[in-house]
Design a protein around this ligand. Structure first.
Ligand code: SF4
Length: 440
């Protein structure tokens, strides 16, 4: 007699933080014996983890919900868009349940109600690091939820609430579990990584028999000692960030800092409610490079923020030229439903925003290319991500997966994803590098 295994179609949209929520739900589903399906049709129930960061993301989430309802009919919505329960339920009255982000318990309850688990959960089916949606050799490690800032263009605090840090022992246990499951690179994420522990008053805990503070610096050090690559993302530029740079210089964590700066002009930064002193930032960048010359600096910026004049935009371009950042992402400002910045005067017309975005990217592309050119001839560690017909594709310590460039490696070596090789950089363009593997 054939036995029906209850199955869930899982769609995960949005940022790495949402991905971590998805992984936690999927791990629990697998633990209870549910099968996970990649499509709507073969699933009993579909769960959609949505995003609501910008209007395009809302649109994508709404479309996914509509498709799932048409093709399957039994749909549970979670994630940032789900925080606007009324809006979602009004658009889709037939949903089984709607929850906000970071609501694994509520999602599991809704699933139990509409699709009870099979008997006898097979806990042994779960690998020690839980179920990962990223390739097995790297994993996102979420250290906190929410944010205490109130940047005027952002609705994340309204969706996810104030900062809540995970206990440091829980984070360390998860990191250890991931590494023992084969993960070679940990990507530390949160809304505000450098604020870690603030809400707990940097509580001291015990891990491996030693005291360990719930704090950015101590956590970075402890994670670095586990032996995997540790990469810090979304590091708000507080002064205390300077303290982790020596850990990068000595090789405890990767010399990589993803520090969103958003703008350089004082008045725009003030209107954004962000730290408003570009001179200080430039001095700090200089100091970071003195302490750790190999540091890779990534940042994101918004162009065309309400009220931004041509002169203020020019100031941003001048900042880019002086700062010489390695990797930069930029967005044309787009109003997000519910954001305080919507009420600011002098919104910039769309064509000017797009023009500024292109000019911004042209300036940065030049800088990124020059930064990469400096590395030709060097021998660097490269982590292997995948193989294609011509060789391997990997990343250097300067490249975070999915957002930065890659390194193309020629040659027929016997390598697998997660292996780390030494390779000589031979060529570059504005984003990627080419390299030759060094025989050991
Ligand atoms: S620090 Fe980040 S998450 Fe927090 S309000 Fe600002 S942009 Fe949003």
């Amino acid at each position: 007699m054939s036995h029906h295994i209850p199955s869930i179609g899982f769609i995960s949209l949005g940022c790495p933080k949402a991905l971590v929520d998805s992984e936690q739900i999927i791990t629990r589903l697998r633990a209870e014996g549910y099968a996970i399906q990649p499509d709507y049709k073969s699933s009993d129930v579909v769960v959609i983890n949505t995003c609501a960061f910008i209007d395009d993301a809302v649109e994508e989430s709404m479309q996914a919900i509509s498709e799932a309802l048409n093709e399957n009919g039994k749909v549970i919505v979670t994630g940032c868009l789900g925080a606007k329960q009324g809006v979602v339920e009004q658009a889709f009255p037939d949903l089984l349940a709607v929850t906000g982000p970071h609501a694994a318990d509520e999602v599991m309850n809704a699933i139990h109600q509409h699709l009870p688990p099979d008997t006898d959960p097979k806990l042994s089916l779960i690998p020690p690091g839980g179920i990962k949606l990223t390739p097995r050799h790297y994993a996102y490690l979420k250290i906190s939820e929410g944010c205490n800032h109130r940047c005027t263009f952002c609705i994340i605090p309204a969706l996810r609430g104030d900062l809540v840090s995970r206990p440091v022992t829980e984070v360390m246990d998860e990191a250890e579990g991931l590494i023992s499951a084969g993960v070679r690179e940990l990507l530390v994420v949160s809304q505000d990584t450098s604020a870690y522990g603030l809400d707990t008053r940097y509580r001291s805990d015990f891990w491996r028999g030693k005291p360990l503070k719930t704090r950015f610096l101590e956590l970075s050090q402890a994670l670095g000692e586990l032996g995997a690559w540790v990469r810090l993302h979304y590091v708000y530029p507080y002064p205390h960030v300077d303290q982790v740079i020596p850990l990068m210089a000595e090789g405890t964590i990767l010399p990589y800092l993803d520090v969103p700066l958003q703008h350089a002009n004082h008045d725009i930064l003030k209107a954004m409610k962000r730290p408003a002193n570009a001179e200080n930032v430039l001095r700090r960048i200089e100091k970071w490079r003195e302490i750790c010359p190999d540091i890779t600096l990534r940042s994101t910026f918004i162009v065309g923020f309400p009220g931004e004049t041509e002169q203020q935009f020019q100031e941003l371009l001048d900042f880019l030229e002086t700062a010489q950042l390695d990797r930069v992402g930029a967005f044309a400002y787009s109003p997000v439903d519910g954001a305080a910045a919507n009420a600011l005067p002098d919104h910039v017309p769309e064509e000017i925003k797009q023009d500024r975005l292109q000019r911004f990217m042209a300036v940065q592309e030049n800088i990124s290319e020059q930064r990469l050119a400096r590395r030709v001839g060097r021998i660097e560690d490269i982590i292997i991500d995948s193989k294609d017909e011509e060789g391997y594709i990997g990343r250097s310590k300067s490249d975070a997966p999915e957002i930065d460039g890659v390194v193309f490696l020629d040659g027929d070596f016997d390598l697998k994803a997660g292996d780390i090789v030494r390779a000589k950089i031979t060529d570059h363009n504005a984003h990627d590098l080419w390299a030759e593997i060094q025989k050991s």
